[in-house]
Design a protein around this ligand. Structure first.
Ligand code: FRU
Length: 496
């Protein structure tokens, strides 16, 4: 199906009942619908937006194109939760209304002030020659969850010296002032962040760039976020156009963070290393919020720009990751699933033992939706897990002690995705003992290694009947302590 501009730039309110019915029928038949991940009812989901704790609940929005699995007129969709695990579907939150947002309302962030949730976003417009115009705007949500958009943008355009790739405002309070950073592209096609300041969230003044120690790092910086974890400042972003370096930056675009110090006088974020956040295939545009107990919680888009996926044919695309708690250890960011995830656990199956040069099928582990924890020690060689195994299908996660690598291999995971970017991802690990927490949903796998030291986030599209779980140890002895919990689904259709 060819998606013309006219088909991509339509408002949700133009959707007829017949169109919606058809979309729902297609989605309903999809064998790849997720069971415990936030996914669109139909159409395409991308970045998480406006993530905030407000009036006793977590509110989360996402970029949504309603009509099909392509990028087009973006809207904001709303879900909310008491516990980060059970999410209620609140439907459409915001649609484009004004001339300056005629081609979509793009990503942004939320901040609570005076009992209102302010939602900052980018208004996107294309002129008659299809040139982009971007401005920054906001809406407010009140206690009754009524959202009202402000008609007048707060930042009407980018400053001189920057292109109209100027989007994704992050707003935060620092001392007695509010700050905003906006992702930008310099006219010389390098990425950066522009910094604004305000006393009241309404009047903003441009402070120039938020300087970093990475002047030349990709051509456009998207979706910035800034926050504190374990007493350090963290600046997170999704720079576009990085070339692969060793095992890192293997995807079309990648996300990562600087750990360092935000200097509010020099407008400088000091940090000399950028750390990639995820070692898997499908992770982009993450965003965080602070939980009432102080935890910094991250949710990412489990997908990538410029990438098509097998479920597209069923008229829906993408999902969000499970929420993760951030910590810093040895100046490295660690991500672990939020502790509330254990509420999903049902009955457990276990296996403890040793393997030598063999494969073992764990019959009572077979499933398509579960959490699996595995501690393994590998003497000298390759050993690990095979997930979603079936006729000619398997997804491998293993430790190779000879090469000091932990490897995720989706070469035979089912219908191929983005194979031009390779089908194997790996990280360096010199231990011969590792722990894995693996979350398997109908069409995804998220693997947290060593309490969150590394994460691999990945979509897979195997056959429904590929449900097997196997252990293997090639030319070596390996011992495994492994548990697998079934995951309970909600009985309320409006809840995940
Ligand atoms: C990142 C991004 C953002 C933009 C949004 C549009 O995936 O390109 O920069 O605001 O998606 O949907």
């Amino acid at each position: 199906m060819e998606w013309t501009r006219d088909m991509r730039y339509r408002h949700y309110h133009e959707m007829t009942d017949t169109e919606e019915k058809k979309l729902l029928e297609k989605v309903h038949k999809s064998i790849w619908r997720q069971q415990f991940h936030i996914q669109p009812p139909y159409g395409l989901l991308n970045d998480p937006n406006g993530f905030a704790f407000y009036q006793g609940k977590y509110h989360l929005f996402y970029q949504w194109f309603p009509f099909g699995p392509v990028h087009g007129m973006k809207h904001w969709y709303h879900v909310e939760s008491n516990d980060l695990v059970h999410w209620e579907d609140k439907g459409l939150a915001m649609a484009p209304e004004y001339n300056h947002e005629s081609h979509g309302i793009f990503s942004g962030t939320g901040i609570v002030k005076d009992e209102l949730l302010y939602l900052f976003y980018t208004a996107n417009k294309r002129d008659e020659n299809w040139n982009r115009e971007s401005c920054q705007s906001f809406a407010v949500m009140n206690k009754d969850e009524k959202i009202i958009k402000q008609e007048k943008p707060i930042i009407p355009k980018q400053p001189d010296g920057y292109t109209a790739n100027f989007r994704d405002p992050k707003v935060w309070q620092h001392k007695d002032k509010f700050y905003m950073i906006v992702g930008a592209e310099r006219e010389n096609h390098t990425g950066c962040l522009l910094l604004y300041q305000s006393d009241d969230l309404l009047d903003w003044s441009c402070q120039g760039e938020l300087k970093t120690d990475y002047e030349q790092f990709g051509y456009m910086w998207e979706c910035p976020d800034i926050f504190q974890v374990d007493g350090k400042d963290v600046l997170m972003l999704s720079p576009q156009g990085l070339e692969p370096v060793g095992d890192t930056y293997q995807n079309v675009h990648n996300s990562g963070c600087f750990i360092g110090h935000f200097d509010d006088e020099k407008h400088h974020f000091k940090s000399d290393t950028f750390q990639e956040l995820d070692a898997g295939f499908d992770f982009y545009a993450p965003q965080t919020t602070q939980a009432p107990d102080g935890r910094q919680i991250l949710i990412g888009w489990m997908g990538l720009p410029d990438t098509s996926y097998p479920a597209d044919k069923d008229m829906w695309a993408n999902c969000l990751t499970i929420p993760r708690e951030l910590r810093i250890k040895n100046n490295k960011i660690y991500q672990s699933p939020v502790k509330e995830m254990v509420e999903k656990r049902g009955s457990v199956a276990e296996w403890h033992g040793k393997l030598n040069g063999k494969e073992r099928t764990l019959d009572d582990f077979s499933d398509t939706v579960y959490e699996l924890n595995c501690d393994m020690t590998v003497e000298d060689g390759i050993a690990g897990l095979k997930l979603r195994t079936g006729k000619e299908e398997e997804t491998l996660i293993y430790l190779d002690t000879k090469r000091n690598k932990i490897v995720l291999d989706r070469t035979n995971s089912g219908i191929p995705i983005a194979v031009d970017y390779g089908t194997v991802r790996q990280v360096t690990c010199t231990d011969n003992n590792i722990s894995l927490r693996v979350f398997v949903d109908t069409s995804s796998v998220e693997i947290f290694v060593n309490e969150g030291e590394f994460v691999f986030t990945t979509r897979i599209f195997p056959k429904e009947e590929s449900k097997g779980v196997k252990l293997f140890a090639e030319n070596t002895t390996a011992s495994f302590d492994i548990k697998r919990w079934e995951y309970l689904s909600s009985s309320n259709p409006k809840m995940l």
